[in-house]
Design a protein around this ligand. Sequence first.
Ligand SMILES: [Zn+2]
Ligand SMILES: [Zn+2]
Length: 380
Amino acid sequence: MAKPSRKSASEPVATLRFWGVRGSTPTVDKATWRYGGNTACVELTTPQGARVILDCGTGLRMLGRYLESEPESSRIEPHIFVTHYHWDHIQGIPFFSPLYVEQNCLQFYSFRSEYLGRDSLKRVFEAQMAHPYFPVDISAMSARRNFTEVAGGDQFDVPGARVKATWLHHPQGCLGFRFDTSAGSIVYATDNEPGDPKLDQSLRQLAEGADIFINDAQFTPEQLATTRKGWGHSSWLEGVKIAAEVGVKNLVLFHHDPDSSDKNVDNILREARDKFSNVWAAAEGMVMTLGDSNLDVVIPAVREGLRRDTHFRAMVTGFTDTGMAFEEETVIRESAAPRTAPCACAATSSASRPKPKKIARRWASCSRSSCLPRPKVAPE
Ligand SMILES: [Zn+2]
Ligand SMILES: [Zn+2]
């Protein structure tokens, strides 16, 4: 099991933050609030500080607001990877506020679709904002945008990471990406159905020995074998098999089905953990910090409305302004919060992130024990 531990100030660190974890379509029903309803969007910060965005589902809107709130937001220059053009991976683009700010410069990477031809992603931008689908057209986007076409087998660099792309088995095509950094390796392979021997093999090569393997887990194994066969997705069991076969260290179940309630995802996670101990179910707000020798995971508390009062112990470690390392045990209590609070846990709330002096390194609370990564947090 990944052990949370203190990292030295000089240790290279890569950080993953999940802004959207749902597949197919956003959900707003309460039964899905805990894991979250926004569609695919993950932020990777490389050890060199470059910001990589993986997919542009509806989670991208909140990420845009966060980026603009950062002290260094005067010029936003992310590298944005779009795995494919299904709605749940592009729908956040028109709502990504940094696109409307002139001094920003965004690098996009995606593949040439046989249905869209050259400049596929540019065409997607235009089509999304064409009349009568959106109130303003693409000329309103004043940020500089550069587009790079990527194909399976390509390898190239972004600051702080070597990138490798691989085709996945998905209707109309999809790319999976691997990021090798000095802090470890991250593989993002969502929207993939097992069953194509060649692509099954290339996915295994992509995931070989990865520290973090984010994989499509939309369906149950039973659905995948019957009613959802041919829909282009995978199951937790396939992810577990790949992880065990190729020496993945941590598996993240991603792209939850819109009809999967939080309880369903809990059950999926429980079943997966019976077969492979280092499994996580992606949740909006979850942060994974990858260092040289270990992985720290902070899981957001339950959302307002589903929240119960909680009372738990947590270890807080990090560095002071003067660079002194500290570690302390604290007791955190949650009580009723204003209805506007996006998250019950200050340690993990994106709204509370402006340059914290302390970095929460241990598990945050969820009052439902089933989604916790073992009893690192002890409810009292
Ligand atoms: Zn999808
Ligand atoms: Zn898709």
